[in-house]
Ligand binder design. Sequence first.
Ligand SMILES: C[S@@+](CC[C@H](N)C(=O)[O-])C[C@H]1O[C@@H](n2cnc3c(N)ncnc32)[C@H](O)[C@@H]1O
Length: 255
Amino acid sequence: MDDHAQSNRRLWNEWSDAFQAAWNADTDDDLPPAPSPFDADAPGFAEQSLLDASDVEGADYVELGCGGGQGTVGTAELGADAVGLDFSEEQLAHARRLRDFYGADARFAQGDVTSLPFPDDRFDLASSEAAFQMVADLDRALAEAHRVLRPGGVFVLSVPHPLYEAFDAETSELTRDYLDPGPRDITISEEYGETLTVFDRPIDARYNALAEAGFDVHRLVEHQHPHVAENDPGARDLPDALWKVPRSVRFWAVA
Ligand SMILES: C[S@@+](CC[C@H](N)C(=O)[O-])C[C@H]1O[C@@H](n2cnc3c(N)ncnc32)[C@H](O)[C@@H]1O
């Protein structure tokens, strides 16, 4: 694991309880949310997806950088044989708790997305939400995603939109160069010893990296905010200017 990954992992272990509390803030007696990227009822899904529900049911699925396991559990609930992978033990503990809340049939594994502990051609579906922007060696991570997918397997890759990331979230001013690929260190809060290192690669760099890894990109979606706000607790208190740029970008790619 490289130095960036090691310090990111320490940060995620420290931050995990507070991060997952935001996910679960409004749930009291209800089940915490577990949205799947393959949920046919999600806004915009029909226009974006390469799949229908029958493709997900019974599919072998892996979530890369699963965090609290929301996507893994949500996709298991759609009938997939689901595995979530993350390098943070604390995030995985939350993921297992969410699975147990749901009584879902999902498994979790610890590992780095640049060196997956799975054999070749193991999965039909893979997804990653808000994790690959933290990966220094993007080519290696994408090669690994391609390796573990069967030919024709679908990879849904979502990352924060690099244009959104160029704005200062408090002043709403454009403070960074969209073309700057990073690394950039983010201080989450003084209470944590580590910063989070991210790589805000422009869209063309990400698209070309997917192609280099052997993927055919079939769809590219710049997310509408109503969709994101519904699924992301961090999107609730956005300043006005930031509603005018996409919050995230999602690639639908085929191995
Ligand atoms: C912002 S969270 C997103 C989690 C989840 N996908 C979601 O949408 O809520 C990013 C997750 O990626 C994980 N992560 C970051 N870099 C990773 C790497 N190189 N290998 C495995 N997991 C990684 C972190 O531990 C964290 O749980």
